[in-house]
Every structure is written in structure tokens, then in C-alpha cells.
Design a protein around this ligand. Structure first.
Ligand SMILES: [Zn+2]
Length: 141
């Protein structure tokens, strides 16, 4: 039987391949679509002075007594996927269309892999995932 959690789809491309890093204890975390990069962050909501907003001000700070704030990035530029040997992958979201500096930095930071490491950038355009491939070597300067 599938749990509710497993049925979550990407809001944008409807992929079921979501990566979740949510702290079950606090409810804070990060969820990202591994196909298009659509993502959201869950954080304890703070006021303009940086104080947590409590549901019941007569009680202290606890996961049950704070509001959770969800910040969506529904339309990122894309997602950068690095294929490492043995079927392992690394993922990095390109939030903005002018994130080429981020991409260059990301690729440069992949130090432990060889120069043939393949890097793919997925973008969700007109209802389809479009992939562009790079070799790390092409980006090293
Ligand atoms: Zn998606």
C-alpha cells in the first residue's frame, strides 16, 4: 500500500521523482523535483523582527506551536544533473535564467569525479523536459 507521501507529484511537470529532505521532527526542509527542478522550502515562519510566529502566544516555541511557511520556486530555469559512476547522481537547481555563473561554479566544484563526468541540464519547456548535455571538461577554466 502506498503512503500519502509517495503519491506527491511535481506541481509543474507531474513527475513522481521528488527528492525530499524534510526533518520529521520540526517539519522544516526542502523538496525538489528531480526532473524539472521545481522546488519548495518549508520553514518556521518568522515575523519582520526574526521571531517565530506562534499559534498560541501563551505557549513556547515548539513544532506544534509554530506556523510553517512554504516558499515555492515553481518556475526555476532548470535542474543540473551530474551522473557519477555506479548510477549515482547529484542535483543542483538553477533558480534563475541567468544562473550560468552558478552552473559554472557547480561544475567546477565537482572535484572528485573525472573529466568525463557527464552533466545534464533539464528544462521544462512547453510541457516537455528538454535535456542539454555537457562534459565537465568543457567548462573547466
Ligand atoms: Zn517537475
Amino acid at each position: 500500500m502506498k503512503s500519502e507521501k509517495e503519491k506527491i507529484k511535481c506541481l509543474r511537470c507531474k513527475s513522481l521523482k521528488l527528492w525530499e529532505d524534510v526533518d520529521e521532527r520540526t517539519g522544516e526542509g526542502f523538496v525538489m523535483c528531480l526532473d524539472c527542478g521545481c522546488n519548495f522550502t518549508l520553514k518556521w515562519k518568522q515575523d519582520e523582527n526574526g521571531y517565530y510566529i506562534l499559534k498560541d502566544t501563551s505557549k513556547g516555541i515548539s513544532p506544534e506551536n509554530v506556523l510553517i511557511e512554504k516558499t515555492d520556486i515553481k518556475y526555476p530555469y532548470g535542474i543540473c544533473i551530474t551522473r557519477i559512476s555506479k548510477g549515482q547522481y547529484e542535483f543542483g537547481v538553477l533558480q534563475e535564467s541567468n544562473d550560468s555563473d552558478f552552473l559554472r561554479q557547480y561544475i567546477n566544484d565537482i572535484m572528485i569525479y573525472d573529466d568525463k563526468t557527464e552533466i545534464k541540464v533539464n528544462r521544462y519547456i512547453n510541457g516537455k523536459i528538454k535535456s542539454e548535455y555537457f562534459l565537465r571538461n568543457d567548462w573547466k577554466k
